[in-house]
Structures are given as structure tokens and as C-alpha cells.
Design a protein around this ligand. Sequence first.
Ligand code: SF4
Length: 472
Amino acid sequence: MTQKAEFDQRVKQALDNPQLRRNFRVTMDGLMEKRDKAFPDKAFLEELRTIGANIRANALARQPELLEQLEANCTRNGIQVHWAETIEQANRIVLDIMERHHATRMIKGKSMVSEEMQMNHFLEAKGKSCVESDLGEYIIQLDNEAPSHIIAPAIHKSKQEVARLFKAKHPDIPYSEDIDTLTRSARQILRRKFHDAEIGLSGVNFAVAETGTLCLVENEGNGRLCTTVPPVHIAVTGIEKVVEKLADVPPLLKLLTRSATGQHITTYFNMISSPRKPGERDGPKEVHLVLLDNQRSRIYGDSELFDSLRCIRCGACMNHCPVYTRIGGHAYGPPIPGPIGSVIEPQKFGLENFGVLATASTLCGACGEACPVRIPLPKLLHRLRYEQVREDRTGATIGQGSQRSGKEALIWKLWSWIHATPLVYRSATRLASLFRNRIPNRIGPWSQVRTTPRIAPKSLHQLAREEGFKHE
Ligand code: SF4
């Protein structure tokens, strides 16, 4: 099956599920409203967006140098830094650390990079257990699903669905549809897992080069438990998360939390600068930082697509996207859905696998307007559409021209010849007007859900002549 046929099938499944559409509609409306309320002063919002965009652009412009500085300062602080060019290497690094410690149990905080690495599957195949501790991630892990939103991974599930899932997976827990009761049950189950885990894993929101500090934003406290209770903490992140200095963090944090959930600040904000020091009573004895490339350097090499690396993963572009709101995250396929996923994931996993995602947009521009770091998402989606059909196969993205069809290329060549040859063009328009009533209403799948435009009885040239224009 082609990637387009697979995508169409996933979209159809989503559109045929009224419960799923309701869940997304209600939640996305709520998140948009909260973001709007969090920024009552629009001038302040625009100013902050400019500051955020500049901070991220500056960090990217100096990325090679900042990464070296980050490594040097982390190492000085006692954090062990590992570089991974591919997801296979990153998984292998995590596995090696676990094996060195004879560890079999990992407790995980939320990490989209670990989703990108498909780390749970990799480690489970090696006999390790990985338990998600973010409530949303825990729910979808119970149901063997992938996240459908980067900050609200189980948003596609109603509370009734979660209640039934808890009952099926934990029969000893009394059935309840009350959210507080469900949360309490998950907390009780997970508390033991935190205690027993030999390894805690987390993501990173910002990695500060100046001080070698890893910043982690979260609301549930599970991130703090993952990074402090087990004796070894592993942080995994993409290389683009580096920022220059600590002073860069507050503006980005303001943008991130307000854009994501409408909060002025999250309940927890963790700054990890070293393992436990002598005399300290808690904290991990070892901290590792895994810096993953996985095509980010390739994206970095393209002066236009480079902008997509500014993303701070707030999810606002998804919440505002009319396509995402209707089809939800699973329809997209790769770990990051929505507009930013449609830009980043085809670049990471190849246009031949996910290039079709660039068409999952109306190009209405809402994503670009919502983005707190001013990523020109519609422009980048447009560029990826072009990359898929361009003839030559050189350039920065993987799989240029992968969607180019011989039939389509021939049609456009014919179109170009007709329009470049006046005699042929005039004859073709005359013939089309003459036989306009013979043209069928349905022309392929495009017209199944749209009204096919009718050809005018007279061409513009003809009308102009009739009106007496001499040089029409
Ligand atoms: S592209 Fe912008 S709006 Fe979308 S997740 Fe990234 S930072 Fe947020």
C-alpha cells in the first residue's frame, strides 16, 4: 500500500469515529481558549514571540559551538554526555548503561525523543521493563498505543474509556469514571514502580550550555521522581534543544507553558546540574545525557527547513490546526503529529515514508500565527510539498521527488505546452466551451467531496471581443 493510501485509511478511520472527533474538538477548543486568556495583552504576546524566536534562532546559529560548551560544562558538573547519530545508537547507549548497572527496570518521564527512538519496544525486546509515569503516557502504554498529542498523549480517550481500560488491566481496582479516583489509582500503582526502578529516564526541555543545566518542565511531579529517586538518571534529547544561557530560559518558559496549557508556570520546573554530591541525601548517583542527532544535522544544513529546529514542543500549532482538530494525532502516523510533525517527521523519516503529511494542511496559516517562536510553518509545508514532486533528487531532505508520478508530470507538460501555444490554447478553450455539457460531474476522487466547476460558455477573450476591446 502506498503511503498516501495508508494515510487516507487512517484519516477515514478517525473521521468515522464521532467520539474521537468530539474528544479532540472539546479539548482543542479548551486549550485555545486557555492560551488566549494567558495572553490578554496581545502586544506583550507579540513582543515575547519575537524574543523567543530570536533566542532560538541565536542558539541554532551557534549550535555547534554551544553543544561543545554544553558537553564541557555537563562533564565538569559530573554529567556523562553521550552522542548518538542515529536512533539505533541512542537505544544502544541506553541499553549499555542499563546493562552496566545490571538494571532491568526503568521508570520513564515524558519524552518525545524516546518515542522517536521507539525505546520502549527496543528495551522490552532486550528483556527490560519500561514503565511510563506521566499519567497520559501511562494510559496509552496500558492500551499499547502511541501518543496522539505531544503534551496530552491520551487526549483521544474519554474518561469512560480510561475507566474501562484501568478495570481491564487492574481488575483489583474498583471501577470508577471519576478522574480524581482514576488519578489516585495510577499514583498508587506508580509509587511502587518509582521505588523499584534502577533507572529513571526523562526528556529535556532546554539544555543550557553556559552552566551545563538540564531544564525539565512538568505538572505531575513524576519528572522529579524519575530524575531523583532511581540511582541512575538518563536524560535523552535532540541536539537542537541547546540554548546559550540561563537568562534565555525564562522567556522561553513563559511562551512554552502559556502556549501549551495556558498556565503561567507549570507545577514543577526542574533544573538538573549534576548527580548527587557528597553529603547530599538524595538524587541519582549518576546522570547521563544522550544527545540525539537523527537527521537534525541534515535539517540544519538547509537554510529554510532549518527554522523547524526552533520548535519548543508546546503543541499550540496542533491545537489551532483545523486538520489536526478533526483527525487527531494517530492519523498522522509518526510520533509528532500536527503541523510541526508534518514538517519535521518527513525530514527525519524520509519523504518516501511520510511526505504525504505535508498535504494534511489547508495552509490557512493558523499554525504559523500560534507558534510562540514564529516558525513559518505554512511556508515550510509548502516547501516540503515542492520537495516531493521536484524532478532532481538532490537537496537537504531525504527522498526528493518520491511522490513524483509520471502521469502527473506528463499532464503538466501538456498543460504547459497548451498554454505556451496560442493557437492550441484558443482551440482547446473553444472545444471545452462547446462540449461543456458533456464533461462529467465526477472527475476522480477530488470531485467526490467537491462540486466540479463548470466551464463557462464563452471564454474571456470572446467576451472581451464582444464588448469591443481591441487588445483583449
Ligand atoms: S512548531 Fe511552534 S507551535 Fe508547534 S509545537 Fe513547535 S513551538 Fe509549538
